[in-house]
Structure formats: C-alpha cells, structure tokens
Design a protein around this ligand. Structure first.
Ligand code: PEP
Length: 249
C-alpha cells in the first residue's frame, strides 16, 4: 500500500562534478526498481536545476533541503517554496535536526515551512528525532510525539507529507538504534499521526528512518512494518552506496 521512498540528502556537499553520481544513479534505476521504490535526491540548491535536468526521464525526483515559510520579500539569502519548485524541486526536507540545531528552528517554524511546501504542491519531508541525552533519559517517545504534533500541518493528506524519524545521535555517526527501538518509535509515530490526521491518513503516510543507513544495514531496517523507506545522508553521495539501499528497499 505504501510505496517505499529512498531519499538522499546531500547536505552542504556537491559540486557540478557530483552530478556524475546522479547520472550513474539514473542509469541504475531500472524499470523494475522504479515500479517498486521511489527515489529522491536533495542536492545543495546550487545544483537543483542541473540535477533536475540530468534526472529528467529517469524517474528520479529532485528536492531541496529547506525553504523559507514566506512566499517572497525581504529575506536575504533565503529561498521560497515557489522558487524551489521553479528550480525543479518536487519535494523539500523541513526540520532537519541540523537546521533545528544550527538555525534554532522550532516545531512552529517547521510546520510553517511544511505548509509553504504543500502550498506549492510539493512533498514536505518533515524530520523529527531525539538527541542522545533525551534517549538516555527515556524521553525518546515523548520528544518525538511532541515534534510530530508541533510540526505536521493540520488536515494534510498522505501524499502531501512524509515523516522522517532521524535520531540526532545516529546522524553521520555510524550508530543506529536497535531494530526494536526503530520499530517502537515508527509504530508510535503512526499512532500520533492517527490522532492528528485520522487512522486512514496515518495508515497511508510514509515514515522513513534516517541515521547512518548504509547498504549493509538497510535490509534489516527497511524490512520493519512501519518503516517505509530511508532518508540517507553520507551514503547518498555515491551512486554505488545509494543504489545498494534502493535495492534493499
Ligand atoms: C541525514 O542527515 O539526514 C542523515 C541521515 O545522515 P547520515 O545518513 O549520514 O547519518
């Protein structure tokens, strides 16, 4: 019922030469894979337009890593959802923990950004996840519940949003939660979504896992019932690694 999505977040990495990796991904994204798994690459915004052009016809979608909540105006250096759509994006990551930490983004900011993304008919990938201290204090479930409640816009449908559960301590560290912990949090996120959006929408909404996903651990994580794909950082920069994850999905 839920087609898995494997999304790559290139973060502040990638120059024009990196588009070669995207071309290799496009060649490896066979019709069989296309039928079974959705693929998205979110390069830095300097590469958005050429990435969209080089992915054209391959079935790979291209997205952005953040946007401003407002439509236009005096916001030097910022980009609106409409600009990103115009540049070839069909999805935008919002509320990544690095933005929450580096730019002080709150749940309310993330919700406003998600609304802007949805307003441009793009997919909002809404990130949530606890810090190591919060997990050690036994607060992972409650922290993530609060983030989902505060960051997901009211009345959205399952094709407008994706939730990405990314424990902050697992991002770029090589560490991952246990399979049981991932299963527990994902099931709990679906319960929270059911309370917010209704059972039917929650059942159709994709929940991705993110945090040190690589070809070697993807199969086990992606086999979990409530894990509907992955948000991948480091391993999305190289076609061979990323396609290993897509194949696992
Ligand atoms: C991320 O930043 O979204 C991420 C999951 O990074 P990594 O895969 O490198 O842990």
């Amino acid at each position: 019922m839920r087609k898995p999505l494997v999304a790559g977040n290139w973060k502040m990495n990638g120059l024009r030469a990196s588009l070669l990796e995207l071309s290799m991904m496009a060649r490896a994204y066979t019709p069989v894979l296309r039928a079974r798994v959705e693929m998205l690459i979110c390069p830095p915004v300097t590469l958005l337009f050429p990435a969209a052009a080089s992915a054209l016809g391959s079935g790979i979608k291209v997205g952005a890593q953040d946007c401003h909540a407002k439509a236009s105006g005096a916001h030097t250096g910022d980009l609106s959802a409409e600009m990103l759509f115009d540049g070839g994006a069909s999805a935008v990551i919002v509320g990544h923990s690095e933005r929450r930490a580096d730019h002080g983004e709150t749940d309310a900011d993330v919700k406003a950004k998600a609304e802007a993304v949805i307003g441009q008919a793009m997919l909002a990938i809404i990130c949530v996840g606890e810090t190591r201290a919060q997990r050690e204090a036994g607060k992972a479930l409650s922290v993530v519940q609060k983030q989902v409640k505060g960051s997901v816009p009211a009345g959205v449908s399952a094709d407008q949003i994706v939730i990405a559960y990314e424990p902050v301590w697992a991002i770029g560290t090589g560490l991952t939660p246990t399979i049981a912990d991932i299963a527990e949090i994902h099931a709990d996120i679906r319960k929270t979504l059911a309370r917010l959006l209704g059972k039917e929408t929650a059942a159709k909404t994709r929940i991705l896992y993110g945090g040190s996903v690589k070809p070697s651990n993807a199969k086990e994580i992606l086999a979990l019932a409530d894990v509907d794909g992955a948000l991948v950082g480091g391993a999305s920069l190289k076609a061979v690694d990323f396609m290993g994850i897509v194949e696992a999905a």
